[in-house]
Design a protein around this ligand. Structure first.
Ligand code: DON
Length: 304
């Protein structure tokens, strides 16, 4: 399959189209991004990858890092995780408080903010130096030692993180956060502020397309069974109240972030990442969704 020609052709078509979306502005530092940025990179397991547009420029991966938090915590704690959170789709926005109250502080799944905050709490208890150790894990997945936190973005989110604070305090009130709320939030805001290019993002998710093994280093990160389960959770929960739409139109496990990134994997075949900062009404990249829809149609590579 000549993925390079295909993503070039589709990108040409997508870039011509009007984008009705808007850049996320509730984190002021994110709002400074050029809204017309665009990059895509596809990385087959057994071939060199190829990209179009700003595919080496770093951007804020935001909620995409929730999948990596899950991978790290699941690797350490296994099925015990499900005592602290569920794995059902929420059908709600990423930062909703409503369900959390009536489900008594047990987040519906690990990919909403509430779930990621509990994962941060778990990793604070499990890692000697949570921020450094987590970054080390991400660097190992991406085979790239330059990946880091953007301190300005973490600080900007912390200053405006009222909803996340409310979520964390609500979870704490139900006894599902062990560490101080401020410490959990600080780790969470940093994890969201990791920066990667679409090339590094596609590379860092390739282990999920490859049965839990990083293809380049051959290191096993997760068992086959845990890898399958993370992909299932991405499929059902990766796009919040638009998870159905993504399954319907794209048909791959994936995850979005309010920085405008989306990553998706085709188990056994490839991973792909796209970045276009303007978001649709549900908070997912407008052009990113379109690109992936056209990609799986053109390559007949939906998993369904
Ligand atoms: O917690 C927040 O609001 C952001 N740091 C992350 C949100 C996000 O990326 C949701 N994904 N689409």
């Amino acid at each position: 399959m000549n993925y390079c020609d295909i993503i070039e052709r589709i990108s040409y078509d997508i870039l011509e189209k009007n984008d009705p979306g808007n850049v996320a502005s509730y984190i002021p530092e994110l709002a400074k991004i050029n809204p017309d940025k665009y990059g895509v990179f596809i990385k087959p397991i057994d071939q060199e990858g190829c990209g179009v547009g700003s595919c080496h420029e770093k951007f804020s991966i935001q909620s995409i890092s929730k999948v990596l938090l899950l991978a790290k915590s699941y690797g350490i704690h296994g099925e015990l995780l499900w005592k602290r959170m569920g794995y059902e789709p929420s059908g709600d926005s990423f930062n909703s408080l409503v369900q959390l109250e009536y489900e008594k502080g047990i987040p519906r799944n690990p990919l909403i903010n509430a779930g990621a905050l509990v994962l941060c709490d778990i990793l604070i208890d499990s890692l000697p130096k949570p921020k450094d150790d987590f970054l080390g894990f991400v660097r190992k997945l991406a085979v790239d030692d330059t990946i880091s936190y953007n301190e300005k973005i973490a600080e900007s989110e912390a200053k405006n993180g009222y909803t996340n604070s409310a979520i964390a305090y609500l979870i704490k009130s139900f006894g599902n956060l062990k560490n101080p709320v401020e410490e959990v939030l600080d780790f969470y805001f940093h994890v969201c502020a990791i920066e990667m290019s679409v090339e590094t993002l596609a590379t860092s998710f390739l282990f999920l397309a490859n049965g839990g093994i990083v293809p380049k280093t051959k290191e096993r990160i997760l068992s086959l069974s845990k890898t399958k389960r993370i992909n299932a959770i991405m499929q059902t929960c990766g796009f919040y109240d638009e998870a159905g739409e993504f399954a319907f139109k794209v048909g791959l496990p994936g995850k979005s972030g309010v920085g405008g990134g989306i990553v998706a994997v085709h188990p056994g075949i490839y991973s792909v990442a796209v970045w276009s900062p303007k978001l649709n009404k549900k908070g997912n990249s407008y052009k990113g969704m379109k690109l992936l829809e056209q990609l799986t149609s053109a390559t007949d590579s939906s998993i369904f």
